[in-house]
Design a binder for this molecule. Structure first.
Ligand SMILES: [Fe+2]
Ligand SMILES: [Fe+2]
Length: 321
């Protein structure tokens, strides 16, 4: 085991034997889903329940600035992000979901509102594997523009202090198929469109200076279901359309039937918002669910544009595909 600067231990970086690399003839992931599982008597079920979101409308549930999704794919349960606190644990209990069933935890990027809740995940006899981009452990900051200061927004240092959590961590950088038809995208290449690149986030340089953070540690969860794709995106810092373009490179020729995404469109210009919605519309995604940091203005604009293909959900809501 190797020790990181903040006392976090990690398992060796996993170099996947079967990568989905853009430009290669066909990945094992693409191969696997080319055949699909339809008509073979196998399971084909995808169910999503929102555990943590910025909003909730259900009695007894809590909300916070953050995201956590309970995902059932056939016989597997995946937790995508953990919010910033134990809210997801509380909500799972109220909703009757057993966190002991979680086999994989996929953390989208190194911000507190997606990873901070990990410290509250109840210890299990058999720990779930926890996937995180290896650069997500860097110290991260956001600018307080009005006062010219910076605040820490990275993974709180106390998040991964328990031995069982440290041992369960798998740090990746490249695309990684964690189970048949379940892909963690690895880092998303930065958009060529400057307007879509993340603004206002910083890393700490070697001399303590603030360097622009292009959020190259953000990664998506992509699940094949019945020959089509479901895409889960935490904050969409690399730009939602840039992320979707990368999905199409990783898994060419497959329709995206579901996108559940924090899209980080709250403060973008009207022009940028229109352009993002236009690009999402062009993909003919069957169901788009903007959540978390998308922002109410953007959510309502997306719904106005996509109509029945957009669904506004919050903590406690369930979606069966
Ligand atoms: Fe974020
Ligand atoms: Fe976020």
């Amino acid at each position: 085991m190797k020790e990181l600067c903040r006392g976090i231990f990690f398992a060796p970086t996993v170099i996947p034997a079967k990568l989905c690399v853009p430009g290669e003839k066909k990945s094992s992931f693409a191969d696997a889903i080319a055949g699909g599982t339809d008509g073979k008597g196998e399971l084909n079920m995808l169910k999503v329940q929102i555990l943590t979101d910025n909003r909730t409308e259900k009695r007894g549930l809590l909300a916070e600035h953050g995201l956590s999704l309970w995902i059932e794919k056939d016989d597997k349960v995946i937790l995508f992000d953990t919010g910033q606190s134990g809210v997801f644990v509380h909500n799972a209990k109220v909703l009757g979901l057993q966190l002991a069933q979680v086999e994989y935890i996929v953390l989208s990027h190194g911000h507190y509102d997606h990873c901070g809740g990990l410290a509250y995940f109840p210890q299990q006899d058999k720990a779930p594997k926890i996937y995180l981009h290896r650069d997500a452990l860097q110290k991260k900051f956001a600018a307080n523009r009005s006062v010219g200061s910076y605040r820490e927004v990275g993974i709180p240092p106390q998040t991964v202090t328990q031995a069982w959590l440290k041992e369960a961590l798998v740090l990746n950088k490249e695309p990684l198929e964690i189970a048949a038809g379940i892909l963690v995208s690895g880092g998303i290449p930065c958009s060529q469109d400057g307007a879509e690149q993340p603004q206002g986030f910083y890393l700490e340089g070697a001399n303590g200076q603030f360097l622009r953070d292009l959020m190259l540690d953000e990664q998506m969860l992509i699940i094949e279901d019945a020959g089509e794709l479901a895409v889960f995106l935490g904050c969409g810092h690399p730009g939602v359309s840039n992320c979707l373009n990368y999905v199409r490179k990783l898994v060419p020729g497959k329709k995206i039937k579901l996108l559940i995404a924090g899209m980080h469109l709250e403060k973008v210009s009207s022009l940028r918002l229109e352009e993002s919605i236009r690009q999402i519309s062009e993909l003919n995604i069957t169901k788009v669910v903007p959540v978390h940091c998308t922002g109410l203005r953007a959510m309502t604009a997306i719904q106005a544009s996509l109509g029945e293909h957009c669904q506004l959900l919050c903590a406690g809501d369930q979606l069966e595909i």
